[in-house]
Structure formats: C-alpha cells, structure tokens
Ligand binder design. Structure first.
Ligand code: ATP
Ligand code: MG
Length: 438
C-alpha cells in the first residue's frame, strides 16, 4: 500500500547516501570554530514567543509572517526561526556572561520559517551559527568575519563575495530614519502594504523588501553611510583596515540592512555568485543592544549564521569534495549455525579494534550473501563453513585484488592479524578509503 502521508512542504529528508555531505559541512565548521576558541552550545527547539518578538523585532518579515507559533495551555511558544535569540537567552540564563569575556559559542541547529518553499528556501532549514559576547571592538568583527571566511575556504568554496555595511547605532540611525521617512513618504502610494506599515515603525526594513516595486524605489533611497556618527564611522573604517590586514576581499554594500532588527554597526553577508537568488550563504553582524533589550546589563555582542542547505548546494554546484567513509571492512558469510556463532564472536573482537564488520542476519544463501557483500562494497570477505571451523583456519579475500590470506580463527588472533593486514592492504588506497578533509 502506498504511503499517502508525505513530508510537509518545505522540509527535506537526508537519507544515508547523502549524509556525508552534512557531516562534512558540520565537521569543517565545528573544527574551524574551535580553532577560534568557540565552544558548542545546544538550545531548545522552541522558546517562549515573546523572546522572538523582543529580539528579532515586531516589524521584521520573520516575526510578521514566518513564525510557527503554538498556544499550549495558554502560553505562546514559537519554533525558533533563528539561533541568536535562544542562544543569548541561554547564555544569560546560565550565567555565561559572568565568566571571562569574550564568551564564544557556536551551534548547529534547525530553524523554522513559514516561507514560500523554493530551491534554497525551506520551512525547516539548518544553520551553523555563532555568537561572541563581550567585545565592542572592531577587531572582534574582523575575527568572526575571518572565521566565516575560513570555514568557506576549508570547504573548498569559491566565487564568494563578502559584502559589508554599517547600519550605525540608535543615535545615528534616528537621523537616517528621518531621511528615509521623508524619501519613502513621497512615494507612499507605490509601496506594498507591508512597507506602508513599516514606514512609520521601521523604515529601514523597506530596503530589505523583496517586492520588485519597493526594491526599485529603494534604489535611490538615502544611504546610511552618509549618516553615521563619528564613533560608528571609526568602527567601520577600522574594520575595513583589519580585513585588509587579513587579506580578506570585501565590497561595501550600503543596501545590506539584514532581516532581523537587533543589528547595530557592522552587518555583513557572504554571497555566492553561483546559485542565483538564494545566494546568501552567510549573514551576520553586531547587535550591541540585544542583550540589554533582553533584560540584562548591556553587553556588546556579534555573530553570524550560515545556511547549511545553501552551503551544500554551492559545494555540489562547484564540485567540491565531501568526506567519504571507508566501506565495510569485512563481510563474514557463515554457511551454517555453528559458523554463524563463530561469525558473531569474530565480529565482536574485530569491532573492538574499530573495524566495520557485517555478517548475515537474514539467513541468505552463500550466493546471495556474496551479492550483498558486493553491494555494500566490502573490502574483504570471509566464508565460514564446517571445513574452516574444523581446521580452525580460514581465508579472507581482498575484494579489489582477489588476493587471499589465511588466518587462524581464534577470535583474538584473527582480529589482531586482520587489523595488520587491513592496514597493509588499504594503505595504498588511502585516497579512496580514508576519510577526506579530516
Ligand atoms: P534571506 O534574505 O535569504 O531570506 P535572511 O536574511 O532571512 O536570508 P538570516 O536570518 O540571516 O537569513 O539567516 C542566515 C542564513 O540562513 C542565510 O544567509 C541563509 O543562508 C540561511 N537561510 C535563511 N532562511 C532560509 C530558508 N528559509 N531556507 C534555507 N536557508 C535559509
Ligand atoms: Mg529571510
């Protein structure tokens, strides 16, 4: 009977055949972040809705249109649309900010946004992200940008453009808001309904509108960089100096305002020129006001998030290499019940040596077992029957070369000798068998 329940629109399954792509991205991101002093944090999948209203911001697309919210026993909860709010909440709740500064954490998590699903835009997607709290210096901005760049480089991704901008602090932004209100106010009749409501509350959001008419109007809008106060300007200039010092190419793009309200000063995006409209693989910036907004003493902070689906898309597009696991090291084919018992105890010893061992648990004929061993691409096979058990010796066969080696069947001795043989035989094929990029 066909299963007529399908996965929800905008979600994806990752089947074992493709899991190496995810493991590659996660491992590279994790290892790179750890080299910069970041430690992993895990947070709940859902939070009290008010957390996102207060941090992400009530005038953003995410809050206005994209949140999955449920009411459970009169309390509103929302599936996290991003990782920053929950992470900062957790850092505060667990007292991390009372410890040595800066505090650096990273996370790998799923996010939920009710968007129109398309390639690179899902309703459940995954992020690698990180947050650094406790530094207001532009060197910290350069540090996390350099970390993001390092991850992209380590994944082998090319053709990525770094766009940076400063959206100032609440003081200089007030002046800028005035100018925007004036500019868009004159074109009120042409704006979409959402932008019309943004005009009063948060006119900068109009710059982020994806509707064609609004983005056309936004093209000639005043530019934030002309309104920065001395402190914000100096911060931005210093950041540019550090990026040059680190030989990181960048482009100043005054149109980047970011989709979430909590940003201040530096904002940035890494955009792939290869995968079309969903090309932003990483977005981040500074959010000096957020922690205070969530009810703590003021602590400057910054971070970024990368979309894992989009990273994988770019890597596939560019033919980047993914880690490959070694195939099954040894397949044991027992021909009768005593041989099956022997296969079990051999497998137990061999696995203690760290080998991937399989034997028949389906009760198949020898021929069918060999077909299976071939399918899983086993490196060696071992057939066990009455003769082998009586002689207490058996031959393993290298499936690539056809070479055979006779080994004693005592569990410990067998495991020890197989281990040495396996290394000997497979070393020449190291490219093919050993995990790449590790
Ligand atoms: P976009 O402008 O593409 O909607 P955003 O500004 O909403 O992106 P952020 O909130 O900054 O995105 O999230 C960080 C990263 O997460 C993005 O750069 C992108 O790579 C990824 N991302 C965001 N939304 C989605 C989604 N719906 N599906 C897949 N990846 C996403
Ligand atoms: Mg978005």
């Amino acid at each position: 009977m066909a299963l007529n329940i399908k996965r929800p629109n905008g979600t994806e399954d990752v089947i074992p055949k493709n899991i190496n792509k995810w493991q590659t991205v996660e491992k590279v991101a994790r290892d790179t972040a750890e080299k910069f002093g970041f430690k992993e944090i895990r947070i709940p999948t859902f939070e009290n809705t008010n957390l996102f209203l207060r941090s992400v911001g009530e005038t953003t697309d995410v809050v206005q249109k994209e949140m999955y919210t449920v009411i459970a026993k009169e309390t509103k909860f929302t599936l996290r649309p991003e990782g920053t709010a929950g992470t900062i909440r957790a850092m505060l709740e667990n007292g991390l900010l009372n410890d040595a500064m800066p505090q650096r954490v990273f996370y790998i998590l799923s996010c939920f946004r009710h968007e129109r699903p398309q390639k690179g835009r899902l309703r459940e997607f995954h992020q690698f992200g990180l947050e650094m709290a406790g530094s207001s210096m532009p060197s910290a901005d350069a540090e996390i940008i350099s970390l993001a760049k390092n991850i992209l480089d380590n994944l082998g991704i090319k053709n990525i453009e770094l766009n940076i901008n400063s959206i100032g602090c609440p003081e200089c932004r007030a002046e800028y808001h005035k100018a925007l209100k004036e500019y868009f106010g004159e074109k009120k009749d042409e704006l979409c309904d959402t932008c019309l409501s943004r005009l009063e509350k948060n006119p900068m959001r109009i710059l982020d509108c994806k509707s064609e008419i609004c983005s056309e109007i936004a093209k000639d809008a005043p530019v934030i960089l002309d309104y920065l106060c001395d402190e914000c300007r100096e911060h931005f200039e210093k950041l540019q100096g550090y990026l040059k010092n680190l030989s990181i190419d960048f482009k100043i793009n005054p149109k980047i305002v970011r989709g979430l309200d909590y940003y201040t000063k530096t904002v940035f995006e890494f955009v792939s020129t290869d995968i079309g409209s969903q090309g932003t693989v990483c977005g981040g910036g500074r959010y000096d006001g957020l922690i205070e907004q969530l009810g703590s003493k003021a602590v400057p902070a910054l971070g970024f998030a990368m979309g894992l689906e989009r990273l994988i898309m770019v890597m596939e597009n560019q033919g980047c290499e993914f880690m490959q696991k070694e195939p099954c090291n040894l397949y044991i084919a027992p021909m009768d019940e005593p041989a099956l018992n022997k296969a079990m105890s051999l497998a137990k010893s061999l696995r203690e040596y760290g080998h991937w061992i399989e034997y028949d648990v389906v009760g198949r004929s020898l021929k069918a077992q060999m077909k299976y061993a071939d399918k899983i691409n086993a490196s060696f096979t071992l057939v066990l029957g009455t003769n082998e058990l009586e002689a207490n010796r058996a031959k393993i066969k290298n499936m690539k070369t056809g070479e055979q080696f006779e080994l004693p069947l005592d569990d410990e001795k067998f495991a020890d000798k197989f281990d040495a043989l396996y290394l000997d035989n497979m070393l020449g094929n190291i490219d093919q068998f050993i995990i790449k990029n590790s």
